[in-house]
Write a protein that binds this ligand. Structure first.
Ligand SMILES: NC(=O)C1=CN([C@@H]2O[C@H](COP(=O)(O)OP(=O)(O)OC[C@H]3O[C@@H](n4cnc5c(N)ncnc54)[C@H](O)[C@@H]3O)[C@@H](O)[C@H]2O)C=CC1
Ligand SMILES: O=C(CO)COP(=O)(O)O
Length: 333
């Protein structure tokens, strides 16, 4: 295993964007890429483009480093960058043992909660695989994969209890178009990313129902306060919720045309069922799974979360979006 070797796990838009950043960054490193689909692997090796996601991006990874054999790739890398949607993480790691991950530095680029376990990724890796928190990193911040493909200036936050390690990884991924910020707030960064997806679903639902920009601004202003109440209850440390990993990511996801969560919510607001909205997208809206987990987690903390409650009622209790958003609007300030 070489120092500065990294295996990216996942074949979607964000994994493809992360591969691009790592390859465009000029520090010496070895990049490996795992995805589950052999046809996609063959296509990338032959044509240097992902056939399904961000297909304009040129892939500069040696062909022998791209594979569907997860165990083997993991054994060759110092850093493991997890990048599959949270709902598929357990499945993707099937067959991987705590020993396979021992001593590895694991970065989560996932903005979701593991269903059934109701754990953020760091907690899941710690409890299931015994990964030490000092070997865990989180990569987050307002950054759509589609804009990385276009090399639009973006800022990423790298969080770890070991901030020197976070700075080292930041040095492996920063480029002309990617600036990095180091943080020690794993819990706040992870939960903030989970929550902003739920709020972007809410934003989409309201847009689909015909609410305008004036209302959206009030919704997002309430959402950031709701986020702050929750992360304070779960992990009370000194943090500024206006930083880009929290407020910035909430804003880009709630307003951007590229957001999967907003797009999904918009369809729900327009009257699609959950299944038809999911079928319409080739991509995953994490907020759908997250709101169910968050609802369960919040039974313990009992934080006042009217926006999450409204999204939960619409998606999981089949309540009318029109009625729920009207009733939510009465509670906003
Ligand atoms: N797309 C973006 O701009 C960003 C995404 N993220 C996060 O990255 C993570 C990955 O999301 P994206 O790359 O956006 O995914 P995506 O929506 O682009 O692609 C879906 C991914 O899910 C996989 N998948 C679909 N069905 C599956 C199944 N049954 N079993 C296993 N895998 C399956 C696909 O192979 C593909 O890799 C998510 O947690 C997301 O929140 C974070 C920052 C930006
Ligand atoms: O996290 C993201 C941008 O920072 C991506 O959000 P979506 O999954 O809603 O597209």
């Amino acid at each position: 295993m070489n120092k500065n070797s990294i295996a990216v796990i996942g074949g979607g838009s964000w994994a493809t964007a992360n591969i691009k950043m790592l390859a465009d960054n000029t520090s010496p490193k070895e990049i490996f890429w795992w995805m589950r689909n052999q046809e996609a692997v063959d296509h990338i090796i032959k044509f240097k483009h992902n056939p399904h996601y961000l297909s304009s991006v040129e892939i500069n990874v040696p062909p022998q480093h791209i594979s569907t054999n997860l165990k083997e790739l993991i054994s060759q890398a110092e850093f493991i960058l997890l990048n599959v949607p949270a709902a598929f993480l357990k499945n993707a790691l099937d067959g991987i043992t705590p020993q396979d991950l021992q001593g590895k530095k694991i970065i989560s680029a996932i903005k979701g909660i593991v269903p059934d376990e109701n754990l953020i990724i760091g907690e899941f890796l710690n409890q299931r695989y015994g990964v030490d928190f000092n070997n865990l990193l989180v990569i987050s911040g307002p950054c759509h994969a589609e804009e990385v493909a276009l090399e639009k200036l973006s800022y990423l936050t790298i969080a770890s209890h070991d901030t020197e390690l976070a700075a080292r990884f930041a040095g492996m991924i920063s480029t002309r178009y990617i600036k990095t910020i180091v943080s020690d707030d794993i819990y706040g960064t992870e939960y903030g990313a989970v929550l902003k997806n739920i709020y972007a679903v809410a934003s989409g639902i309201c847009h689909g129902l015909g609410y305008g920009d004036n209302f959206q601004a009030v919704l997002i202003s309430n959402a950031i306060r709701e986020m702050e109440r929750f992360v304070e209850a779960v992990h009370p440390i000194d943090r500024d919720i206006k930083e880009s990993a929290y407020l910035g990511d909430l804003m880009v996801t709630a307003y951007s045309q590229f957001s999967r969560n907003r797009t999904f919510g918009n369809m729900i607001g327009k009257g699609y069922t959950v299944t038809s909205a999911q079928l319409e997208m080739n991509m995953v809206a994490e907020g759908y799974y997250a709101v169910n987990c968050l609802y369960q987690v919040n039974k313990q903390y009992k934080v006042f979360m009217p926006i999450c409650d409204a999204v939960y009622a619409i998606l999981y209790q089949k309540r009318s979006p029109l009625f729920e958003m009207k009733s939510l609007a009465e509670q906003l300030s």
